[in-house]
Design a protein around this ligand. Structure first.
Ligand SMILES: Nc1ncnc2c1ncn2[C@@H]1O[C@H](COP(=O)(O)OP(=O)(O)OP(=O)(O)O)[C@@H](O)[C@H]1O
Length: 245
């Protein structure tokens, strides 16, 4: 992995009461890379991203973004674009109005809202109420919001969920083109075949860290399927039932 360290997680742990959701997870993300964060339902992906972004406090360990804890990062909202559940549009708003509010809050011209609407393919539906949007349209709006500040780093929690094939292809091309400009992307997903076509590096979590490194190394230069390697790292469903692991 080349480039400067953009994200650093060291011994990150989160316990909810007696349940440990994330245990002693450490990895780095280097600039200009697209990194896939993979794991089963409940593996701790969202919790890790929330700790990274200061949305939930770690029980132990540290997470830094451009060398700082996120809450101390200067101009964080300009440098980091985030798409994550829980960041909901204002009630009754349209996509254009929503993005213009965000643009104003970031000190950007309202024309920037129109630019990102075009970028995510929502320009012809921008004046409709978000309440009536399909899942995929809401996902495109969330991506538009993340792209608004033209960030150096994108943190995207399952951005492909609900996208149609055009949307998925658009997302892949967009993420690759952002990386080619030297930007960095951390993207969580369950869509292993899609991730295989998109990312440079892979992080696999299943409460603990199972792998952090290049996709190429994980798949032995593309001779092994990511899906097979994934199940070797986290255990197949059958093995889990038999061993209780
Ligand atoms: N606020 C919370 N209180 C209690 N438990 C929580 C809380 N948030 C998450 N958890 C638990 O922590 C574990 C990890 O959840 P998390 O959402 O991080 O998983 P995930 O890998 O993102 O899953 P998915 O792929 O289903 O989105 C789960 O068992 C979940 O139920």
């Amino acid at each position: 992995m080349n480039g400067d360290c953009v994200l650093g997680l060291r011994g990150l742990t989160k316990r909810f009461g007696t349940m440990t959701a994330v245990e002693d997870v450490s990895f780095e993300v280097r600039s200009g890379r697209v990194v896939g964060l993979l794991g089963r339902n409940g593996a701790g992906k969202t919790t890790s991203l929330r700790m990274l972004l200061g949305l939930t406090r770690a029980t132990a360990g540290t997470a830094t973004v451009f060398g700082h804890p996120y809450q101390d990062l200067p101009r964080a909202a300009h440098r980091v674009g985030v798409s994550m559940d829980g960041i909901n549009p204002l009630p009754g708003t349209t996509a254009r109005r929503e993005l213009r509010v965000w643009a104003r809050a970031l000190g950007l011209p309202s024309s920037r809202a129109d630019e990102v609407l075009g970028q995510v393919g929502l320009d012809d539906r921008a004046d409709r109420r978000v309440k009536g949007y399909s899942t995929g349209m809401k996902q495109r709006l969330a991506l538009a919001t993340a792209l608004l500040p033209d960030p150096e780093l994108l943190v995207l929690d399952e951005p492909a969920n609900g996208l149609d094939p055009d949307g998925i292809r658009w997302l892949r091309t967009t993420l690759r083109s952002l990386a080619s400009e030297g930007r960095t992307v951390l993207v969580s997903s369950h869509l292993l075949a899609e991730i295989e076509q998109t990312v440079d590096d892979v992080v696999v979590v299943q409460r603990t860290l199972r792998y952090a490194g290049s996709l190429d190394e994980l798949t032995s230069g593309g001779t092994r399927a990511l899906e097979d390697r994934f199940f070797e790292l986290v255990g197949s469903p059958t093995v889990r039932e038999n061993t209780g692991a």
